[in-house]
Design a protein around this ligand. Structure first.
Ligand code: URA
Length: 443
């Protein structure tokens, strides 16, 4: 190795398919974060990583270097096991809103930093901001105080956490280098490690509306993130979950909050409830609260039915400034001016429902953003009345559109026609959860 490291040599080494040393990776991450390495060299390096890949050791080094580029929190000052969960992104994914209070109601602390939505993939922070008064920006002291007092806190990701990832992600977004398993794994895990939870359940989405289009790719990503988390001393588990069609019926910020409230009150779509019970039960297993997944699901089912999870939700949102009256009367959440039902164009069975198209239509309505920093409209979105496998009569309501602008409503309506595929016979059922890793946690 040359005495003085140079970015160009590190790029060439990766271009030629060689393994980078820990020192080379640290040099590159530090140099890019503090501006000594320019964007054009970092872009070339990202492309070399995308094309040549990385060993698990390289990805672990990359993750640790990115995590150490900013503050690294340690939530063990609050409890030995503080849980977090992370979704790799999807459409209609309101899991955090249900799972966080559900798990906290069972006495296991949940301390989580979440992101905003980008593109067709929604973000928890945007959903929470549709509740009037809810404060997403907490100082470290406020975060810790709320976690101690209520056993639950969900705040926006601070810019001080893993700043290297902020720079790399913005660059990858415009250099066609997002779709790299080593770069995705290190991006997600650097933020998770810096955020300080000691147990992390990964909700890895697979399908049309997900980054990972195949089960093999999702499995590889999940396994890699588990390896990195365990190397950092965290307890880890992953669920590979379907994202061919959206999760639940609601897509759009206030609509999703309303659906989460219904699930916490013992109603709501069964796929959302089932998904949240599995993710929540895994968090209880990692925290040592229960020994097995089924025991965790049974415990959390009781907490849903007794109202304990709902009461924890109200306590959490109120503690972070949210208006409790709105939670009790969710019809007071932001509402769209234009409401339009789309009827089924034919009779038959829903064979497929493209989550990506539905997500893109919700962005057109204003529920998501095309560019970082774009404003969003909390009231707009889509409610799906039929999902894959459902029988439909011609003219029956397929979905309802919620909009605030006529031209956006017209554009979304046009897009949504392409989201449905039909069959004359019932399609074979699709599993909602494909796999749990490690396998030992499945029973
Ligand atoms: N989510 C992230 O945080 N990073 C990625 O690279 C992809 C998804």
């Amino acid at each position: 190795m040359p005495l003085t490291l140079r970015a160009v040599d590190i790029i060439a080494k990766k271009r030629d398919g060689l393994e980078l040393s820990t020192a080379e990776i640290e040099f590159f991450v530090q140099g890019y974060t503090d501006g000594r390495i320019p964007d054009y060299q970092a872009a070339a390096w990202c492309m070399a990583v995308l094309l040549r890949g990385m060993s698990a050791r390289e990805v672990t080094d990359l993750t640790f270097a990115m995590a150490r580029s900013g503050k690294v929190l340690d939530l063990r000052e609050v409890a030995e096991w503080v849980m977090d969960k992370h979704s790799t992104g999807g459409v209609g994914d309101k899991t955090t809103l249900v799972v966080a209070p559900l798990v906290a109601s069972a006495g296991v602390p949940v301390g989580k930093m979440s992101g905003r939505g980008l593109g067709y993939s929604g973000g928890t922070i945007d959903k929470l901001e549709s509740i009037p008064g809810y404060q997403v920006g907490l100082s470290h002291a406020q975060f810790i105080r709320q976690l101690r007092e209520h056993g639950i806190v969900v705040a926006a990701q601070s810019a001080e956490l893993a700043p290297a990832d902020g720079k790399f992600y913005a660059l990858r977004d415009v250099t066609a280098t997002v779709e790299s398993i080593p770069l995705i794994a290190s991006s997600i895990m650097s933020k998770k490690i810096a955020a300080g939870a000691t147990g992390i359940v990964l909700d890895v989405k697979v399908g049309r509306g997900a980054f990972m289009k195949t089960l093999e790719a999702a499995r590889e990503l999940a396994q890699l993130m588990i390896t990195i988390g365990e190397a950092a001393g965290r307890r880890m588990a992953a669920v590979l979950a379907d994202m061919d069609q959206p999760l639940g019926q609601a897509v759009g910020n206030a609509l999703e909050v309303h659906e989460a409230i219904r699930v916490l009150q013992g109603e709501g779509p069964s796929d959302v409830r089932d998904h949240c019970l599995t993710i929540g039960a895994l968090m209880l297993v990692l925290a040592g609260r229960v020994a097995q997944l089924e025991e965790g699901r049974a415990l959390l089912t009781r907490h849903l039915e007794s109202g304990a999870a709902w009461r924890k939700f109200v306590a959490w949102i109120t503690a972070q400034g949210g208006d409790a009256a709105v939670l009790e009367h969710p019809e007071q959440l932001p509402r769209a001016a234009l409401v339009e039902v789309m009827p089924a164009p034919r009779a038959g069975y829903v064979a497929a429902l493209d989550a990506q198209v539905i997500g893109q239509a919700s962005v057109v309505l204003g529920a998501g953003r095309e560019q970082k920093g774009d404003p969003i409209d909390p009231a707009v979105g889509i409610m799906l009345h039929k999902k894959v496998g459902d029988a439909v009569e011609r003219g029956e309501p397929l979905l309802t559109l919620y909009a605030n602008r006529e031209e956006r409503l017209a554009a979304a309506r046009e897009m949504l026609r392409a989201a449905w595929r039909w069959s004359d016979t019932p399609p074979s059922p699709v599993p909602h959860i494909y796999e749990i890793i490690p396998a030992a946690l499945r029973s």
